[in-house]
Write a protein that binds this ligand. Structure first.
Ligand code: UDX
Length: 456
């Protein structure tokens, strides 16, 4: 094909429909809907299949068609049970949905399915309809390669983790240490290993792999990925910077109070604190965070999501004298318009759990990070932030102490180390912007993705 035929262009219709199936969790819905928007903008029609659980709001996306599947779920006690159940209980309803959509000849013909990597069951269903399946992995490449290395890590005795080895380097996966291995606390590790095995194998057997990352950020990992996964690979991120997408928040964002409070703060003075949509913390850690923020003397915007504190509804554990002491220096919301917050001139640092979306969003706005990973890929992301890209520093989770918190905030906000971190993250921000311009890596990969899907 001629180069100019594959130029991503708004408005040019391709005459192909793509079916998307996101994993129904905030950190997965956001990038999947952003990707759907990107592909819509270069001419594809879009259908989103979704569960009733955490259903996206269709009114924000009048240009998409939504198709809810009738899956019934049991109660689940943890994230691992939910992921396993989704792969078991969605099979028949998903089959039914595909059958209806493929049988409807009134619109554009369906070119392919794009499903979340964790929804590995979709491989067999797509195959039964002869429908190509492309995988979207919503996390980073480095953490994915770590998941892919689990069989080796088990064989070499790194897993299951022994407390005595936490600080040891994992020589097969530098710069990771044993404590950075992306695990989830579970009494059934076999269930986790099996889920990851299926995710990896069904990704390998897919027709292609899309990433919300960019070549300049994860080049060595992408090189290794290309060796181990000989399928077409499209790193076309950062998705949310292609253009502004409608919100896909499952929780209402406290837009007005967050931004108007930030408007009153000095440039680069605020610590933004958020631990994403799933992580939870003990009450004693929550109180230590509060005290650390109070004694740091810096203004802070803190997202305390209902459910963040184990055993509490919301802010009840906070003593009244803490709230009095703040006197406007801190602002607490249930959910913030995070990207808008990170763009704001007042924000000087992001204390984050290092979910991949948060990590990427922070990099894209040139905001230094204080890393407090909780579980799974967050541990790997945080190690890359602190030791590879050197755009943040780590705060040890599980051992939170107000004095340490205060020191970390000082380091990032005031000291020379923080200044150097800021310079490096601004440099990465620039790279994240360049890769989306004509000739940039993500721009060019998007052109080849468009070509590739158009041929199905
Ligand atoms: C989950 C996993 O925990 C994470 O490790 C994995 O990489 C993706 O799935 P989550 O914990 O929610 O995600 O974190 P993250 O990936 O950072 O996604 C959170 C999303 O919610 C981000 O896009 C962020 O902008 C948004 N958000 C978060 C808000 O809009 N408002 C908030 O107050 C907090």
């Amino acid at each position: 094909m001629e180069e100019n035929q594959i130029e991503p262009q708004l408005g040019e219709r391709i005459g192909r429909r793509i079916i998307f199936f996101p994993l129904p969790l905030q950190g997965h819905i956001n990038p999947m809907l952003q990707l759907a928007n990107i592909l819509h903008s270069i001419g594809f029609s879009i259908t989103i299949i979704h569960t009733k659980l955490n259903s996206p709001n269709p009114t924000n996306y009048p240009h998409f068609t939504f198709h809810q599947i009738l899956s019934e779920f049991d109660e689940y006690s943890d994230i691992l049970s939910l992921l396993t159940m989704l792969n078991e209980k969605c099979v028949e309803p998903f089959k039914q949905a595909l059958s209806e959509l493929l049988g409807d000849k009134s619109g554009d013909p369906i070119g392919c399915l794009i499903s979340d990597a964790i929804l590995y069951f979709t491989t067999d269903v797509a195959k039964s309809f002869n429908l190509p399946r492309i995988v979207l992995r919503t996390g980073g490449v480095a953490s994915f390669l770590t998941f892919a290395a689990f069989p080796v890590l088990l064989q070499k005795g790194y897993l299951p983790i022994k407390d005595s080895r936490l600080e040891e380097p994992v020589i097969e996966l530098p710069p990771l240490r044993v404590k950075d291995l992306p695990l989830i606390k579970t009494s059934q590790p076999e269930k986790l290993y099996s889920l990851l095995h299926n995710m990896i194998e069904e990704t390998k057997s897919s027709s292609g792999l899309i990433w919300n990352t960019f070549e300049e950020l994860e080049q060595p990992s992408l090189t290794k990925l290309r060796q181990d996964f000989p399928i077409p690979i499209f790193p076309i991120g950062p998705f949310h910077k292609h253009f502004a997408s409608p919100s896909s928040s499952l929780i209402p964002e406290d837009q007005i109070s967050s931004i108007s409070w930030l408007d009153k703060q000095a440039n680069n003075s605020v610590v933004y604190v958020s631990f994403g949509s799933i992580a939870s913390i003990e009450e004693k850690d929550f109180l230590e965070i509060a005290q650390g923020l109070a004694s740091s003397k810096h203004p802070f915007l803190w997202v305390v999501r209902p459910g963040l504190i184990r055993g509490a509804d919301w802010l009840e554990p906070l003593p009244q004298d803490f709230l009095d002491l703040l006197n406007g220096r801190g602002h607490i919301v249930k959910w913030a318009p995070q990207v808008e917050v990170l763009v704001h001139r007042a924000v000087g640092a992001f204390w984050t759990h290092n979910g991949w979306n948060s990590t990427l969003e922070s990099i894209c706005e040139g905001v230094p990070m204080i890393c407090m990973p909780c579980f799974t890929d967050q541990l790997v992301n945080a190690r890359y932030v602190s030791d590879v890209w050197r755009v943040g520093l780590q705060l040890e989770n599980g051992n939170l102490e107000r004095g340490e918190i205060e020191k970390a905030i000082q380091k990032v906000m005031v000291e020379k180390e923080g200044e150097e971190i800021r310079e490096r993250v601004l440099c990465l921000k620039e790279k994240a912007s360049i890769c989306l311009r004509p000739g940039g890596s993500s721009y060019e990969f998007l052109k080849s993705l468009k070509n590739y899907i158009s041929l199905f």
